[in-house]
Ligand binder design. Structure first.
Ligand SMILES: [Zn+2]
Ligand SMILES: [Zn+2]
Ligand SMILES: [Zn+2]
Ligand SMILES: [Zn+2]
Ligand SMILES: [Zn+2]
Length: 317
């Protein structure tokens, strides 16, 4: 019997590996895999990463990324979320996603979360700022109406009511225009007599329990619809929704925190032909002409109350 490495006669003790025989010294200094981390020989199983070999323990301790959800090392594929968390792909089936930030709702990433009665899952981080009562609504409404005013979008507080609703209630109010992404809607009712407006009601409906930044962006969107209905001629749906999203975008830019950036990113990458394309088109115009000119371009001298006699009612998401 000869050594498969040096081709010389083997002694009594030798190493046998995958059908080949070696002197112990030949094997250890020339054949055995060496750990790239600690430089020692690897007996038994090893891990190969980027063409280098490692003891499993060396790899786990020094090389492997650890999972942000379970803390165990990650081999091979993993998921990376917007916030830079890496985790094993199987966790996406184990935990719900937060509807508002896209984090997995689990102890390590979000300190848990809440499931609302209407089925929405929200993480603890988002839940801390969620809008649930009249005082919170009023302060948000004032903040946005004041801010819109600086963009020369003037809206009268009077006759605006804002209500928090569940997913089912929103779906019922919106009817066929409801979809899973809907977060709010507005309803405009005007009572006219002989072409003269007698009364006007504006109802804004927004999902309860949304984080404050999200709530503000939805409120800005719906209030922009209000302004458009009262100040512009009928606009194509894509232009109206795109403009409402543009105003949300301006509010989010001003807020400027990571939550706002997350929502902006989803606005920018929305592939919906109305909301997404409409927004990009509106933003392109806004970038070119500035907000003032853009709004003038939309405006029309005749609000609907002067044009139509009778009851005007519309629902706009
Ligand atoms: Zn040998
Ligand atoms: Zn090692
Ligand atoms: Zn994991
Ligand atoms: Zn969240
Ligand atoms: Zn809308």
């Amino acid at each position: 019997m000869k050594c498969d490495y040096c081709k010389k006669q083997l002694k009594e003790s030798y190493i046998k590996l995958e059908g080949k025989l070696y002197h112990k010294e030949c094997y250890e200094s020339n054949v055995a895999p060496v750990c790239h981390q600690c430089g020692k020989i690897i007996n038994g199983h090893y891990i190969i990463a980027t063409d280098k070999k490692y003891h499993k323990s060396c790899y786990n301790r020094y090389i492997a990324d650890s999972c942000d959800v379970c803390g165990q090392p990650i081999y091979g594929e993993y998921l990376l979320n917007y916030w830079g968390h890496k985790y094993h792909s199987q966790h996406k089936n184990e935990f719900p996603l937060c509807r508002y930030c896209g984090r997995l709702i689990c102890d390590r990433l979000t300190q848990g979360g809440v499931k609302y009665s209407d089925g929405r899952s929200i993480c603890s981080l988002c839940y801390t700022t969620s809008i649930n009562d009249r005082n919170q609504i009023n302060s948000a409404l004032k903040e946005i109406i004041d801010e819109l005013q600086t963009h020369r979008i003037t809206i009268d507080y009077k006759n605006i009511t804002t209500e928090l609703v569940s997913v089912n209630e929103l779906a019922r109010i919106m009817g066929s225009s409801y979809n899973n992404y809907a977060q709010g809607t507005m309803r405009l009712t005007e009572q006219l007599e002989n072409g003269v407006m007698k009364s006007r009601y504006i109802n804004i409906y927004i999902l309860f329990g949304m984080p404050r930044v999200r709530f503000l962006s939805v409120l800005a969107h719906e209030l922009t619809h209000v302004w458009i209905k009262l100040n512009c001629d009928k606009l194509p749906l894509k232009v109206e929704e795109g403009t409402a999203n543009l105003i949300s975008y301006l509010i989010l830019k001003r807020i400027g925190n990571s939550e706002a950036e997350y929502i902006i990113k989803s606005l920018m990458s929305d592939d919906d032909p109305v909301y997404g394309d409409g927004f990009r088109k509106a933003k392109e115009r806004f970038d070119r002409m500035g907000l003032n000119n853009y709004l003038s371009y939309l405006e029309h001298k005749k609000p609907i109350s002067k044009r139509i006699a009778g009851l005007v009612e519309g629902i706009f998401s």
